[in-house]
Design a protein around this ligand. Structure first.
Ligand code: RTP
Length: 193
């Protein structure tokens, strides 16, 4: 009852390329599953350098555009994907960090191999996921957190988690296409939601 009165949020969690290369995908997914959050989206995805550097282009092309022809009929333009697999633009994802000195390295890192994109849902999921992940610098992250247990360098910190409910929604919309997310109701243990 208490949980149902609280707001259910969504967060975007991503196993970064080092996490995939090191075989940590299952371990990382299991931390969020065991906590009791609900997985609503999951895919392995290679964000290409071209895509990363095509700031905004893919986003625009991805929109379903609506227009009218001369006779007043509505025309729906099909989804025109430059990059058929996604509407991801990692510059857009990290747009707040564009001015940082480490930005080029960050883009190299995030496009260096496949990532695992996930959408998770639950009460307080954004803040809770940040706690499960631990501090950005893995050496400052508490033991018991993902980065505290599994990483050493800030530039190889294995996982990303949205920092606000608004960014959770924004990032899920960036990394997932329509139809890739799954709404479902767990049949058991509703108190875990
Ligand atoms: P994330 O977005 O990945 O969850 O990380 P965060 O909020 O904990 O950290 P943020 O400051 O948003 O930085 C995003 C990612 O950029 C890389 N980074 N490298 N000094 C550096 O070399 C540096 N600082 C940040 C990290 O991969 C960080 O997670």
């Amino acid at each position: 009852l208490i949980a149902s009165l609280q707001q259910v949020d969504q967060t975007y969690i991503m196993v970064k390329p080092d996490g995939v290369q090191r075989g940590l995908v299952g371990e990382i997914i299991s931390r969020f599953e065991k906590k009791g959050f609900k997985l609503t989206g999951l895919k392995l995805f290679q964000c290409s350098k071209e895509l990363a550097e095509g700031a905004g282009a893919c986003q625009k092309e991805n929109l379903h555009r609506r227009a009218h022809n001369g006779r007043g009929a509505k025309l729906y333009f099909a989804r025109v994907n430059l990059e058929k697999d996604s509407n991801v633009d990692s510059i857009e994802h990290y747009k707040d960090l564009k001015q940082k000195s480490f930005f080029p390295k960050l883009i190299d890192y995030i496009t260096s191999g496949p990532v695992v994109c996930m959408a998770w849902e639950g009460v307080g999921v954004v803040a809770s996921a940040r706690k499960l992940i631990g501090a950005t610098d893995p050496l400052q992250a508490e033991p018991g957190t993902i980065r505290g247990d599994l990483a050493v360098q800030t530039g190889r910190n294995v996982v990303h988690g949205s920092d606000s409910p608004e960014n959770g929604k924004r990032e899920i919309a960036l990394w997932f296409k329509e139809g890739e997310l799954c709404e479902w109701t767990p049949v058991q243990a509703p108190w875990l939601r």
